[in-house]
Design a protein around this ligand. Structure first.
Ligand SMILES: [Zn+2]
Length: 311
């Protein structure tokens, strides 16, 4: 049976999986901090290094697997939907208008497709639901930032320029925190891991990572829980706005912060119900991803396979 490789480029590591018939056959996880690399090296050196790292990870997985048909990459950045060129990446400074897929394709001599990482995760979540598959879903990745991906009527939507579903930059608090995008009060300033740490610092003066704040909230520390409550109400307002524009039945929450969902859920549910229009209430299913980060690789792999099937 033919196989396909999917790569999920994360903040500090690379997950590479080999799939057959939507099943993960084997995977590797490699340390790769592309963000630090892009900050420390010139863009030329960073690009060469990124392509070599991807190539080595693919070769390691392809041993004794002669039937690999294509490679898909989920990459954090804006991907031009017509030519696959990475226009820019907020967390990988200096990488501007680079053809990572094309460079890699010339080295490994097989089709390579690159897509936005959140869109890959959305498509992976969609593919994983083989029974009762919805016609569409929204995926929201709560990590260092907040990313979004949309599957609408079974089709992954990139947008005309590859900017669709940049939901992390929805303005929720118009007089709120300054965001890297230049606006005030963006969703990711409150609902990301960075945002929750920021809130907790404002409340307590302490610098803590999200997992420590989660532990403290579980132990009953009120200001820790309040930090998750602000993330929850901000996220719910954002989701309500999106659902008024895009009418889908399912919202999937993924990324590291989703592990703390029990701390987020009560205020999220309450706020979402408050902000949805009456006809929508009770019709949206919000669930936490159960793919254990497999969705990004799976989505990248099958978007690549779909692309060669349609050539
Ligand atoms: Zn922003």
């Amino acid at each position: 049976m033919n196989s396909v490789i999917g790569i999920d480029v994360g903040g500090t590591n690379l997950r590479v999986g080999l799939f057959k018939d939507h099943q993960l056959i084997k995977m590797h996880r490699t340390q790769a901090d592309f963000s630090a690399l892009c900050r420390e090296a010139s863009s030329e050196v960073a690009l060469i290094n990124i392509v070599e790292t991807l190539q080595m990870a693919i070769h390691a997985l392809m041993k004794n697997e002669p039937t690999v048909q294509a490679v898909g990459i989920g990459f954090p950045g804006f991907i031009n939907p017509t030519n696959g060129i990475l226009a820019s990446s907020p967390n990988l400074p200096g990488l501007l208008n680079v053809d990572i897929a094309g460079l890699l394709q010339s080295k490994i001599a097989m089709p390579v497709k690159i897509e936005n990482d959140a869109l890959c995760a959305a498509y992976g979540e969609y593919c994983l639901q083989q029974t009762h598959q919805p016609s569409g879903l929204i995926y929201i990745g709560l990590g260092t930032g907040v990313g979004g991906g949309l599957i609408y009527q079974a089709t992954p939507l990139q947008g005309e320029h590859g900017y669709a579903m940049e939901i992390g930059h929805l303005t929720i608090h118009p007089h709120g925190r300054l965001c890297g995008c230049g606006n005030l009060g963006c969703l990711e300033q409150y609902a990301s891991a960075t945002g929750i740490s920021h809130t907790y610092r404002e409340f307590t003066g302490q610098d803590c990572k999200t997992d420590v704040i989660a532990e403290r909230a579980q132990q009953g520390e009120k200001l820790a829980q309040a930090s998750f409550d602000l993330a929850a109400s901000t996220l719910a307002q954002g989701v309500a706005h999106i659902l008024k524009v895009i009418d889908v039945v399912q919202v999937v929450i993924g990324g590291g912060v989703s592990q703390a969902w029990p701390l987020i859920k009560p205020v999220f549910d309450q706020t979402l119900d408050l902000h949805l229009i009456p006809v929508q209430k009770g019709k949206v299913q919000v669930r936490v991803s159960t793919s254990q980060d497999k969705a990004g690789m799976l989505g990248a792999a099958y978007l690549a396979l779909n692309a060669i099937d349609h050539v």
